[in-house]
Structures are given as structure tokens and as C-alpha cells.
Design a protein around this ligand. Sequence first.
Ligand SMILES: Cc1cc2nc3c(=O)[nH]c(=O)nc-3n(C[C@H](O)[C@H](O)[C@H](O)COP(=O)(O)O)c2cc1C
Length: 264
Amino acid sequence: MKKTAQHLFLKVTSPQVKRWIIPALTSLVVVSIFVAVLLTRQTAPTKQTPNQPVATTTLTSEDIGLPSPELRSGNSIEAVLKARRTRRDFLDKELTLKQVSQMLWAGQGVTVDWGGRTAPSAKSTYPLTLFLIANKVAGLEAGEYQYIPEDRTPVHRLKPIKAVDLQQAIYEALKESSFKNAPAVIVITGNMDKMAESYGGIPHDKEVYLEAGHAGENLYLQAESLKLGMVTISGFDEAKVKDLVTIPAGDTIIYLVPFGIPKQ
Ligand SMILES: Cc1cc2nc3c(=O)[nH]c(=O)nc-3n(C[C@H](O)[C@H](O)[C@H](O)COP(=O)(O)O)c2cc1C
């Protein structure tokens, strides 16, 4: 027994064996570390709750990925309906990207594989676009952005349009007090041609306006649930808004929605 151990020891320490055993052991250690790192990365817990799909779309260098929408809250739909109110005065305080993301998703987020959204659409046309004017939003440069709901389950993002501080300019142009402190404004536009196309070329503007109403109510309910305040504004000079905000030529501006943390 003692002889066999001695024999083995001599074999292991012999120069020929040393020549291959040291590199082999080193390679084994390196490969084990690599595999361990890979496994840790794949199983690391994400901050998503189980009912939230993980965003997987590759963003272009320009796009800003938005946090996945929260699909649960402590509020019942009935309590939110009861509490919903128009609120026009906001604290001069910034919003988080999560709050803004949740609002945009409530307005037009995609909720099913085929592209269906949070708000219904006549003939599934989806003629609405939401633009965000960010005045004070954590992590966002002040400016104008387009909300891209995506055509798959919530993988939504913002497309920057221009970096500009519009807070004072909009307030002065429209003389509406709710714009004064609003940290963000959602602009809801509709494309009448897109809807007409769905009806064989016959104009159906009514459906587009109705859809903006559905999106507006979604925003109201979401704002209430998040303890944010907002107002849907339809009384504005569209030309003045188009002077300040970059809107596609074929789109009609239907609603302006200043929102933020309510004063009271
Ligand atoms: C189609 C529509 C257009 C509106 N336009 C404006 C507006 O231009 N300016 C404004 O301050 N509020 C506007 N509002 C908000 C209403 O004034 C508000 O809903 C109304 O006072 C009732 O209050 P409540 O929303 O708290 O129930 C509008 C609401 C709707 C539904």
C-alpha cells in the first residue's frame, strides 16, 4: 500500500507529468470560473414581478427603454373611479421615469401579442400617437419624445425628437395655468387618414376623437391610482402648439394632458 502511494507520488511529480498536469489544472480552473459566472448571470433575480414580461427588444442607440409597466396596485378600479378628478395645480417637483412610463402605457401601451392596446380602437386601426413633453422627469433630458408602444407585449420606449425646455414657452403661448408647473405633458394626436383607410377611404374622424377619449380616461384612472394629478385640455390653438412641438404633418392634436404631483 505504502509502496503504491510512493509510486504514484513519484509519477505525479515526474517532469513529464508536470508538463501537462499544471496547464490542465489551470485550464480546468479557468473554465469553471467562466461557467460559474455565466450561470450566475442567467439566474440573477430581476426586479420584475412574475406577471411582468421582461423587455427584450434591442434598442437603437437613440431610443430610451422604459421600465416595464406595473400590473398590480393597492387600488380597486372602483376606488379609482370614485376618486378620479381633474387636477390643474402641480407641485414644482420632478416625476420619476417609472411614473411617466406607467402613464404612457396606460394611454396606449400594447398588452397582447397581436398588438392590442390598453385603449380600444375602431377596426384595430390605432391612429393615435402619444408625444411626451418632459420638463422635469428624472433621467430624461428636457425635451420632446414620441412614445413607441411596440407591436409586441410591453416592450415600450421613447424616441427622442428634440432637446428643448418647453415649460415656459407652452405656458406663455396657451395662457393655461396648468402648464405653469407641470413637470410633463402628454400630447395625444390622431391620424384621420389612417382611420379613413380602414374604412375604404371614407373619413371616420369621429372614431379617432372617441379613441382619444378612451386614452384620456385611461390616463385619468392611472394618474389617480399613482396619486398624480392631470387635466385633459382640448381648448387650445393648434397652430400655436404646432409652432412649439414637432408633430407629423398629417396628425391632428386632440388633447394636451399636463400632469404631475397635485398641489392639494
Ligand atoms: C373633452 C374634454 C375637454 C376638456 N377640455 C378642457 C380644457 O380645455 N381646459 C380645462 O381646463 N379642462 C378641460 N377639461 C376638463 C373638464 O373641465 C373637467 O373634466 C370638468 O370640469 C369636470 O371635472 P372632473 O374631471 O374633475 O370630473 C376637458 C374635459 C373633457 C372631457
